[in-house]
Ligand binder design. Structure first.
Ligand SMILES: [Zn+2]
Ligand SMILES: [Zn+2]
Length: 222
């Protein structure tokens, strides 16, 4: 069954290949080239509004695409609306209509590589925590793997300064659509400090996150 699908208002810099990649992940095939939608106007002055339209060949397994999909955009990821005829509520992960994404048995945990749960609910993480015998001295470790986990579950921008091999790491998470013009301006490169500036209701703000050392000597140096 061929269905005309619209990916609504994507940033213009997102390449068509990214959309073809999504279709491939979902297990459906494109049945046409991708067409860009233009704002009303003529000739060379036509302005693309970002929306991409193409025909997609559905099959026995996939009869509907999800109502939205996540795309990498400048400085983070964002969800964009998808529309087509006879669209129904399906899981964003496996496209089945029997459950929602949060309850998908196909979710792969980025911590243990197991299925059926998110990394934030991972048993492995919990076990590790109970094994800690000196919780008061324990510094949180925030590495690239954690950052990936967070980026996957946070609908917004993530700014980080990662620390050394076994401690430190700070981050600032920005919820999409709340503040504007977010920029990272401070980063000590050692996971102790990060700062961002952003615009909120016409005014600029600076937010700094500091992770002070928890031992006496380290504190003095800091
Ligand atoms: Zn699912
Ligand atoms: Zn897990």
């Amino acid at each position: 069954m061929e269905v005309t699908v619209s990916f609504m208002h994507l940033p213009v810099y997102i390449k068509d290949d990214v959309i073809f990649g999504k279709l491939w992940e979902w297990g459906v095939e494109p049945a046409s080239q991708i067409r860009r939608r233009f704002l009303p106007g003529e000739g060379k002055e036509r302005i693309a509004d970002g929306t991409r339209i193409l025909k997609v060949l559905f099959n026995d397994k996939v009869r509907s695409l999800p109502y939205s999909a996540r795309f990498d955009v400048e400085g983070g990821t964002e969800y964009f609306k998808i529309m087509h005829d006879r669209q129904t509520q399906v899981c964003r992960q496996c496209l089945k209509s029997t459950h929602i994404f949060k309850e998908c048995p196909d979710i792969v945990c980025y911590r243990c590589r197991g299925v059926g749960h998110f990394a934030r609910n991972c048993e492995m993480r919990r076990e590790r925590r109970t094994e800690d015998d000196e919780p008061a001295d324990e510094e949180t470790h925030w590495d690239e793997r954690c950052v990936d986990d967070v980026k996957k579950s946070w609908m917004g921008d993530v700014y980080v300064s990662n620390g050394g091999t076994n401690a430190r790491g700070v981050a600032i998470l920005i919820k999409t659509g709340v503040v504007e013009n977010v920029k990272k301006v401070e980063d000590d490169g050692d996971g102790r400090m990060i700062g961002v500036v952003f615009e909120y209701m016409g005014e600029m703000f600076k937010l700094i996150n500091i992770y002070a050392p928890n031992d006496e000597r380290g504190r003095r140096v800091f």
